[in-house]
Design a protein around this ligand. Structure first.
Ligand SMILES: *Cc1c(COP(=O)(O)O)cnc(C)c1O
Ligand code: SF4
Length: 439
């Protein structure tokens, strides 16, 4: 526990700035973000001992520190060690602890990068890293290896090359702006970027993933919102992890975005010691939907380096879903996903509700533990699809069905593809078959 030099609350310490008009100026907030231990100690009125300071210093050399004065002001100094704001924003020497399973780029975002700034993993959508910086660096960030690396700040030229890739790839119908935080870019650059993307006929929607409503809600200015709403359909996904983050300022920012017609989603990361609790998560999702934000994903913490102290067991996520599904509004329940190592993408994980199955009946259980059945129809005429829609009674105009082939498991299920199994590249049995000695 750090020594406290006074009992003054951070809110009092920053009161002077707060009363000045600067406090609500997002650029001032970024210019005055805290990047070093002494400033942090001074503002919070605490002092770490020498050994801890040394360890913290070492951590900072590897992973940078940045906390906006706004986010800092939410820290409860009296309960520092357990404070969810402090734990998400202030470094811990535990970040230097490497585990056997840790990886630099667990999601293989670089391997799946087609041009700088683009990760093209799924058939119809891309992740577009438009910024490498954030106003606050989350300690649990999966892109820890990259963010804050100010050697790489995508300029118009680099962004232009990525836009060119999207232009030349007609399968892409959904572009997800990510980073870093895309809202670190100026309104003008963002306006330019969104305009360029919208000119591409096959880009149907654009999404922005940003933590600004959480860590710097003053970034959501009227002029930003007025610019963004010219670019509909635009979806915004934000990132609240704990109900304490939904402050009056955050609510105002969310209301502005929602009033401007942007569908709002939220992704949370399941974090040990921060939100690994069904009751905390339920409070969070209720506060989100009250503010017109739909909980979208709950992520299992990735295998990136320096995150081991944040990871929970998968069972904790299932336990959380178990206490949400059925217990609360369906749209308040996020999908719990594991973003699988090696670029396999997001895999949803759920409690099991299907208990058994016979030829015409399924046995299910509900959230209360009631075991029940669903009788399947006797007279269902199955649709055997040959992907020749002209011969089919179902109404589908072929121009609406522009995907060509079945992919992955879809292939195994289809009636048109003769694939009967998907075989791992490293399969000993198949290797033996192929390496049979000549007779
Ligand atoms: C998460 C992600 C997307 C978007 O996935 P959705 O499930 O559609 O939200 C796209 N590309 C990459 C590389 C991603 O990690
Ligand atoms: S419900 Fe349990 S885990 Fe959650 S805050 Fe209360 S005591 Fe902690």
């Amino acid at each position: 526990m750090p020594k406290k030099s006074g009992t003054k609350k951070i809110t009092e310490l920053v009161q002077k700035e707060k009363t000045s008009s600067n406090w609500y100026n997002w650029k001032w907030q970024i210019q005055n973000a805290i990047h070093d231990i002494p400033s942090f100690e001074k503002l919070l009125g605490i002092k770490f001992d020498e050994a801890k300071t040394k360890d913290l210093q070492k951590t900072l050399e590897k992973f940078p520190l940045s906390i906006t004065p706004y986010y800092l002001s939410l820290i409860d100094v009296d309960n520092l060690e357990n404070d969810p704001i402090y734990k998400q924003s202030f470094p811990s020497p535990a970040e230097l602890q490497m585990e056997r399973c840790d990886m630099k780029d667990p999601l293989a975002e670089e391997k799946d990068s087609t041009v700088p700034g683009i990760t093209h993993r799924y058939p119809d959508r891309v992740l577009f890293h438009v910024s490498n910086v954030c106003s606050m660096y989350c300690r649990f960030c999966t892109r820890k290896r990259k963010v804050g690396d100010t050697d790489f700040i995508p300029d118009k030229n680099i962004l232009g090359q990525a836009i060119q890739y999207i232009r030349q790839t007609p399968q892409i119908r959904d572009v997800l702006l990510s980073g870093g935080d895309p809202l670190m870019l100026s309104d003008d650059i963002l306006d330019w970027l969104l305009t360029e993307l919208q000119k591409i006929p096959h880009v149907e929607i654009i999404r922005i993933g940003t933590r600004m409503p959480v860590v710097l809600p003053y970034r959501i200015t009227d002029s930003l919102v007025n610019m963004l709403k010219k670019h509909h359909p635009l979806w915004i996904n934000t990132h609240f992890n704990h109900p304490r983050e939904i402050t009056q300022s955050a609510r105002t920012a969310l209301a502005k975005l929602a009033d401007a017609g942007m569908p709002l989603g939220n992704q949370s990361v399941l974090l040990a010691g921060i939100n690994d609790c069904p009751r905390i998560m339920k409070a969070l999702v209720h506060k989100l939907v009250k503010n017109r934000v739909r909980p979208y994903y709950l992520y299992q913490c990735d295998l990136s380096e320096g995150l081991s102290h944040f990871r929970t067991r998968v069972g904790k996520g299932i336990e959380i879903l178990e206490s949400l599904i059925g217990h609360t509004s369906g749209f308040a329940v996020p999908s719990y996903v594991i973003d699988a190592p090696g670029g396999a993408g997001k895999i949803p994980v759920m409690p099991n509700y299907l208990i058994s199955w016979t030829t015409n009946k399924v046995v299910l259980r509900n959230y209360e533990g009631v075991i029940t059945t669903y009788q399947e129809p006797d007279n269902y005429a199955p649709v055997f699809c040959d992907r020749n829609c002209d011969n089919c009674k179902l109404e589908l105009h072929l121009k609406d069905a522009n995907e060509d082939k079945a992919i992955g498991i879809e292939k195994l299920l289809s009636n048109t593809d003769s694939t009967t199994s998907l075989v791992p590249r490293e399969n000993e049995r198949f290797k033996r078959r192929n390496n049979k000695p000549n007779k």
